[in-house]
Design a protein around this ligand. Sequence first.
Ligand SMILES: Nc1ncnc2c1ncn2[C@@H]1O[C@H](COP(=O)(O)OP(=O)(O)OP(=O)(O)O)[C@@H](O)[C@H]1O
Length: 262
Amino acid sequence: MSTARPEANAPTDPTRPPAPGEAGESAAAAGGAGDTGGFGEGDGLDARIVVRRGMFLLDVEVRVAQGEVVAVLGRSGAGKSTLLRALAGLLPLDAGRITLAGQVLDDPRERRFVPCEERPVGVVFQDYLLFPHLRARDNVAFGLRSRLRQGRRGSRTEAESWLTRFGVGDLADRRPAALSGGQAQRVALARALVTRPRLLLLDEPLSALDTSTRTEVRTFLRGVLPTLSAPVLIVTHDPMDAEVLADRTIALAGGHQIAPPV
Ligand SMILES: Nc1ncnc2c1ncn2[C@@H]1O[C@H](COP(=O)(O)OP(=O)(O)OP(=O)(O)O)[C@@H](O)[C@H]1O
């Protein structure tokens, strides 16, 4: 495990596709869930996250049990994406500690920092960030090949089975430009889950979708999320998403946790 800490507040571009070895592809790294062959071992997520970005300070405590789905609500600028980026390893903590399934991912006091590509964390961003030049099958297989070192044939077969599970198996040969928003979001979710991360982060996964697709994907997620025994954090502006998808809600304002809306 690397303990080198990146420069605090290093600029990252959330609009670019995840590079090989980045957290936009779910990472099941050495010591991650790939070792156990499945979700759900360990103690869930336990984190105190303190991150400064310019004048903004995020300071929150988050605990999510295995199999629990927690919605993170808050107005624009509240710190929701900053929270997810810190958990994914895209922003280092300034103070606090992140422990996932018993493994310390970030603790500045102990100078410990697991880089994003080594974190067993799956991330789905609002605009999918699929690799545009890869077919759906290879988008999903990418993490298996790069992180788990699986061979081409086996990783493709496994990718196809995840696409089928998510109802888009017949689209395996398509590139992202030939997928609808809902289809692309399913592929992105398959890609995030294929390496069996121990934490799933969904950043506004429905916000780029039109109303009917949004309802379709929300219903789909409602079926899938309870089947994962990993902790899930889902950032959303929409209380309906929280109501339908989450067991519990965290509300942020100005970088701090507040009582959730009733
Ligand atoms: N690179 C940066 N440098 C300085 N400040 C930043 C940077 N990125 C974000 N911020 C600030 O951090 C605060 C929290 O931003 P963040 O993106 O986490 O909010 P959010 O709740 O996800 O908002 P939205 O719902 O609009 O995505 C904002 O005040 C924002 O201006």
